[in-house]
Design a protein around this ligand. Structure first.
Ligand code: FES
Length: 162
């Protein structure tokens, strides 16, 4: 049996899915722990290239989730996102990304159980597909630290600051 544990990046809107995920946690629902959330103000803020970057940086799968249609806190951000991702879907197919690695969903703030189901479903799909080494092999330089990156300052303990 494989010990592969998928790494999944989830881009979620602050107002619905993030709150739904929080509800799943505070309700102590059991779900796969393979998902790392990136909270954004709205799905309308999610640049499709974020998905490509996530794969480049080691994700085996991606989840995009926000407010249900007509519930967007910025009125129409999720409609823009839906249109954008309909076009982006074809692009993903063109560059060879397996669509089963990308999950789109609408999860409201009161749908903790639905978020659990989305997470468990995405993890099961990606686990069956295996690690996404083919994609990372296409962009090996992306795994290297950016040469212009600024190293974070070391933490200063309380009382040491001058
Ligand atoms: Fe949630 Fe726009 S605020 S999708």
């Amino acid at each position: 049996m494989s010990d592969f544990e998928p790494r999944i990046t989830a881009f979620v809107c602050n107002w619905c899915t993030y709150t739904g995920a929080d509800l799943a946690g505070t309700s102590r629902l059991h779900m796969a722990s393979n998902v790392r959330l990136i909270r954004l103000p709205c799905t309308g803020r999610i640049d499709p290239l974020f998905i490509i970057k996530a794969f480049e940086r080691g994700a085996d799968g991606v989840i995009v989730s926000g407010c249900h249609p007509a519930d967007c806190h910025y009125t129409s951000g999720n409609y823009h996102a839906r249109r954008r991702f309909a076009v982006f879907h074809d692009f993903l197919e063109f560059i060879g990304v397996d669509q089963r690695r990308v999950t789109f969903s609408w999860v409201s703030a009161s749908e903790g159980a639905k978020w659990r189901d989305v997470v468990d479903g995405a993890v099961a799909n990606v686990r069956a597909l295996g690690p996404y080494d083919e994609y990372r092999a296409l962009a090996p330089e992306a795994a290297e630290p950016w040469p212009g990156a600024i190293e974070p300052e070391p933490a200063v303990a309380a009382g040491e600051a001058s």
